[in-house]
Design a protein around this ligand. Structure first.
Ligand SMILES: Nc1ncnc2c1ncn2[C@@H]1O[C@H](COP(=O)(O)OP(=O)(O)OP(=O)(O)O)[C@@H](O)[C@H]1O
Length: 251
């Protein structure tokens, strides 16, 4: 579902991703862990097309994201092509990023109606289902500021799902929350992971979160995946010295 093929990303002379290869199969929940500044968020920003790779290709759902095939050749993608492929991806950010001037229900229906051209009633029906899924049915008529951080993040999850993405990117989604609100958000994500066939790629510093929802954990260091495997393997029997050092610092 996601394929990075020899992706290099530089900021000036700093090579953040160094000929990076990795894949996330359809329906899998994969977590990226690794030291701060190692390039995890850069991977998500590339997928959101907020950044472009300097070298290499990225595929989502079998289609090139930043390139397209024309006359048998691979050329940089036009905006229309990128927008189409990008629609397969939803993202939840650390800082919820809800529209402050819109009530909860409208936060969720806005993009389906105005970007996908969905019928307003159908979008509202779907939004109500999603609010039920994230446990916020009784809050649909409130503004974001009337909700706790955990509730706002659950709205942000519903909003991302309203676009019916095939892939959900989660960037440090619990790190801006007070500790007592983390569990509610994790429960919702666990539920989504277990009851839908959505592909998930998560970046997190919370190892319990990684353990809870991942099929696979990718340990990332100096722009490359240095080790990958099931959460049990990575957390209990890491093979690589850098993984052991990293885990002993964070666990
Ligand atoms: N727009 C940018 N311009 C210049 N340098 C950048 C930019 N974005 C990221 N970087 C640098 O790229 C490196 C990787 O950043 P990134 O945010 O991807 O790391 P990370 O692994 O997600 O870190 P953290 O765990 O702290 O969020 C860092 O050294 C960062 O300073």
């Amino acid at each position: 579902m996601i394929r990075f093929d020899k992706v290099t990303k530089r900021f000036g002379t700093h090579t953040v991703l160094d000929s990076l290869d990795f894949t996330v199969s359809s329906g899998k929940h994969v977590t990226l862990i690794g030291p701060s500044g190692s390039g995890k968020t850069t991977i998500l920003r590339l997928l959101m097309t907020l950044l472009k790779p300097d070298e290499g290709t990225i595929k989502v759902g079998g289609q090139y994201l930043t390139h397209e095939e024309k006359g048998g050749k691979l050329v940089p993608a036009g905006e229309k092509h990128t927008r189409e492929v990008r629609k397969k991806i939803g993202m939840v950010f650390q800082q919820f990023n809800l529209f402050p001037n819109m009530k909860v229900l409208r936060n969720i229906t806005e993009a389906p109606v105005h970007v996908l051209g969905m019928d307003k009633d159908a979008a509202e029906e779907r939004a109500r289902e999603l609010l039920d899924l994230v446990g916020l049915t009784e809050h649909l008529d409130k503004y974001p500021t009337q909700l706790s951080g955990g509730q706002q993040q659950r709205v942000a999850i519903a909003r991302a799902l309203a676009m019916r993405p095939q892939v959900l990117l989660l960037d440090e989604v619990t790190s801006a929350l007070d500790p007592e609100l983390v569990a509610g958000v994790l429960d919702v994500l666990r539920d989504i992971a277990h009851t839908t066939d959505i592909t998930m790629l998560c970046v997190t510093h919370e190892m319990n979160f990684a353990r809870d929802i991942s099929d696979d954990v990718l340990m990332f260091d100096a722009g490359r995946v240095i080790e990958s495997g099931s959460p049990e393997k990575i957390f209990t029997e890491p093979e690589h010295e850098r993984t052991r050092e990293f885990l002993s610092a964070v666990l």
